[in-house]
Ligand binder design. Sequence first.
Ligand SMILES: Nc1ncnc2c1ncn2[C@@H]1O[C@H](COP(=O)(O)OP(=O)(O)OP(=O)(O)O)[C@@H](O)[C@H]1O
Ligand SMILES: [Mg+2]
Length: 335
Amino acid sequence: MFIKKIGIDLGTNNVRVYVPKKGTVINEPSVVAISKNDGKILAVGLEAKDMLGRTPDSISAEHPLKEGVIANYKTTEAMLRYFINKALGGVHLFRPEVMVAVPSGITSTERRAVIDATIAAGARAAYLIKAPLVAAIGADIPIGAASGHMVIDIGGGTAEIAVISLGGIVAWGSVRIGGNRFDLAIAEYIRRKYNLAVGVHTAEEIKKTVGSAMFISKPLTVDIKGQDMVSGLPRIVTVTSDDVTEALQHELDLLMKAVKDVLHDTPPELSADVMDKGIILTGGSALLRNLAELVVQTTGVPTYVAEDPLFCAAKGTGIALENIDSYKRSILATR
Ligand SMILES: Nc1ncnc2c1ncn2[C@@H]1O[C@H](COP(=O)(O)OP(=O)(O)OP(=O)(O)O)[C@@H](O)[C@H]1O
Ligand SMILES: [Mg+2]
C-alpha cells in the first residue's frame, strides 16, 4: 500500500505519526542527537535517546520544541524529515500530503518554518492545524457542529484550552504548564521535604505511579531511591500521593486559572453548550489521576478524559487529512 497521507502531532516530548487506515505508526520522543564537535545530526527519536545514554561526552541532546514552540528550526526540519521517511518506509514513489498539528499560539514566522520544514522534508503538500482542534477530532468530538465544546489538551510542555464551534476556535488560552513542569516541581518538593535529590525521570515515575491532582482519602505510596543531600549516599524514602498533590499545587492553580479565564471569554450561548456537553481532556498529562475531578471542582462543568489521550491529536490529524473538505475551515496554513 502506498502511503499518500500522513498526520503528525509535533509535541514537546513526543512525535506521533498517524497514517489513515493504519493508525499510529510512529510514537517516539522528540529528541535529536547532535555531535558537539561539528554540529552534525547523528540520530533522531528513540535512536537518539538510546545513543544519549551510552555516549555522554561528545553528543548532546536537542529538543527541537520547547514548551510547545519551535526552539530550533534546523533540528525540527531534520526530525520531520526523519519521521516522514520512516513512516513512508524504504523506497517511495509518491510524495505524501502531510498535516501537522501545531500549538494554537504559533506565530506566522513559526508557521512558515513548519510548512517549509515539512515541504523540505519531502511532502507534496503541507497543512497546519491547531492542536486543540485535532485533539478534539481525535477524541470523537463533532467539531463542525454549531455548538460549543471545550477541550483541554495538556502534554509535556503546554496546556492548550479551547472552546470550539463550527470547526473553529472561539475562545482559547495556552499556558506553559505540562508534565515537564510537574516533574520539576515534584523533584524540587522531594529535595526540600526529604533532603533527597532525585532526577526528573524518577519524578515522572512517581507522578505516574502515585500522582494525583487532588488529595485522596487513602493516599497511595511508592518507595523511591535518591541521593541524600547531606551524606551523598543513596537512600530510600516513601513518597505519597499527597506529596505529589502538594508539589503540584502551584502549577495546578495556574492551570485552573487559565481554564476559568477561557470560560470567562466564552460567549454565553456557547458556555451553555459547554456546560451541557462537558469538558474533554486530551494529551499525556490528562492521565494525571483526578485531574478531571479537579476541573469539575473548579468549574462545575462535567469533565472527561478522552480515550487514549496520548494519541488523540495524532489521530485527529489523520482524520482531518482524510476528510480535508469537511475540515477546510479548520486549516491554519497550507502549501
Ligand atoms: N499516567 C500518567 N500520569 C501523568 N502524566 C502522564 C502519564 N502518562 C504520561 N504522562 C505525561 O504526559 C506527558 C507527555 O504527553 P504528550 O506526549 O501528550 O506531550 P507532547 O504532545 O509531546 O507535549 P505538548 O503537547 O505539550 O507539546 C509527559 O509529561 C508524561 O509524563
Ligand atoms: Mg501534544
